[in-house]
Design a binder for this molecule. Sequence first.
Ligand SMILES: Cc1cc2nc3c(=O)[nH]c(=O)nc-3n(C[C@H](O)[C@H](O)[C@H](O)COP(=O)(O)OP(=O)(O)OC[C@H]3O[C@@H](n4cnc5c(N)ncnc54)[C@H](O)[C@@H]3O)c2cc1C
Length: 540
Amino acid sequence: MSTTPDLESLGRHGDIVIVGGGLAGLFCALKLAPRPVTVITAAPLGEGASTAWAQGGIAAAVGEGDTAESHAADTIAVGAGIVDEAVALGLAREAAPRIHDLLAYGVPFDRDLEGRLAVAREAAHSARRIVHVRGDMAGQAIITALTQAVRATPSIRVLEGWSAEALLTDGGAVCGLQLRKVGAPSAPVLIATSAVVLATGGIGHLYAVTTNPAEASGQGLAIAARAGALIADPEFVQFHPTAIMVGRDPAPLATEALRGEGATLINGAGERFMPALHPLAELAPRDIVARGVFAEVAAGRGAFLDATQALGPKFAHEFPTVYQSCISAGIDPAKQPIPIAPAAHYHMGGIAVDRHGRSSLAGLWAAGEVSSTGAHGANRLASNSLLEAVVYAARIAEDIASRDLAPSSGRVDPAEHARNGAFDSAEEQSLRMLMSAKVGVIRDRAGLSEAVRTLAELERDAASPALANSAAAALLVATAALARTESRGAHYRADYPDENPAQAKRTLTTLAEARDRAAALMRDSAVILPFPTQPQTALV
Ligand SMILES: Cc1cc2nc3c(=O)[nH]c(=O)nc-3n(C[C@H](O)[C@H](O)[C@H](O)COP(=O)(O)OP(=O)(O)OC[C@H]3O[C@@H](n4cnc5c(N)ncnc54)[C@H](O)[C@@H]3O)c2cc1C
């Protein structure tokens, strides 16, 4: 064991370290003030965070006649049988006070003529309950207001352009973080801390087609898993059915409201394919539409969103953001169908946390999309993710503030974190293609087995810590998807198309278990992986 060499250069004695500058990270830092906090973000504040791109808003039962119980019931119904009901109710009940906190930090939520918060309706919500900003600008407005509030808070120090690549532990407790400057090749830097909050967002960028920023590549999930933290429900990835395929990465979204206005889904032969798949056709639930689109693309027929009849010349005025995305790629959506594909959009799984946001590792908390609280089950209800981020960030701040944190031991074993090679973008691209093709919208045993074998080798052999982390996160998703021999919510197995009531429970797993499962598969390709049986109460 050796004392970390760079402790003095970046570490500030006694600081709580928050990794991530999206809603979860910034809100937690503000709530912890005046306790000294260091926020580390891979991208400059306001960039590289899904929060900034949220178009809908935050679900909160603040409208007339709406109740937290009704909001929780909708959340439970969408989650396909495995939502933790107490968690869903707690989330719904804390929505109103957190919205008021955001107002106090300067988020200009829209109001009606009488000055009350304006609430919009979204799919699968039984009431109007989405608070929003200037129509579809909620994410941008939230990140702008919180960034200003953070910059004006002297107890918060922000380190921008640093990526966390390993969590350091001593005797099972967090004692520091390994960081690396983003951009030019550089040596890693270690900082000491006994309290880390991971708020690093999702995993969409592990897929070739995604709506998420490049920073959402599962680094936070992987570094927690590598340090031994329990991971929950990694197999549940939500795909948005209509990402616009115009060669942009990440792919811009064609909002669901277009289908609400009558736009249809057609294949390359001009045939509508949804009426044969669901009575609601284009307005079927999101996962069913995503599968319909995926099947057309996979069969080589292509998939398109056709708004030429439904909107035509009104398109530019009514959907200016989508219109601009298309026009800039040479497609006029008023006159031509828009090429689309399903895109990885949201991760229901993540670092398993209890109701205080505590992970299974002493000194590690997780908030926002990187965590798994049990609120979403197998499918997320629209606009519940920003709510979950803000509710758990506040709970974590309260939990940490109530403690007398022991200083970090400052001791790490450098041998454990010796991987130091250059990042290979071609290997990353192969991983992303593999995930989209084999661990995507429609999965089966053969494809998942192939993915598990490839990812296990990459996780073991990758020279760069970032790529090894991406492979670890992807391996967790693929092994859990292989073990869940049923279809539930966003997880669809072509070889097990029905729900199996015996599997109506959350997955709790570890990276060690994922590696063991991969090794068993490599030894014997016919092995059947058992459904994970760890108790769900491991954290409470
Ligand atoms: C296009 C789009 C629209 C959406 N619309 C909605 C909506 O209307 N309502 C809703 O509720 N949800 C919506 N979502 C989902 C929601 O935006 C996210 O789930 C939520 O913003 C996640 O917040 P977060 O703070 O956990 O992560 P993020 O906002 O993604 O922030 C993660 C932060 O961590 C940093 N980071 C990542 N890895 C590292 C690392 N290794 N080291 C240092 N820093 C790191 C990133 O740079 C970033 O600052 C949408 C998502 C997308 C992509």
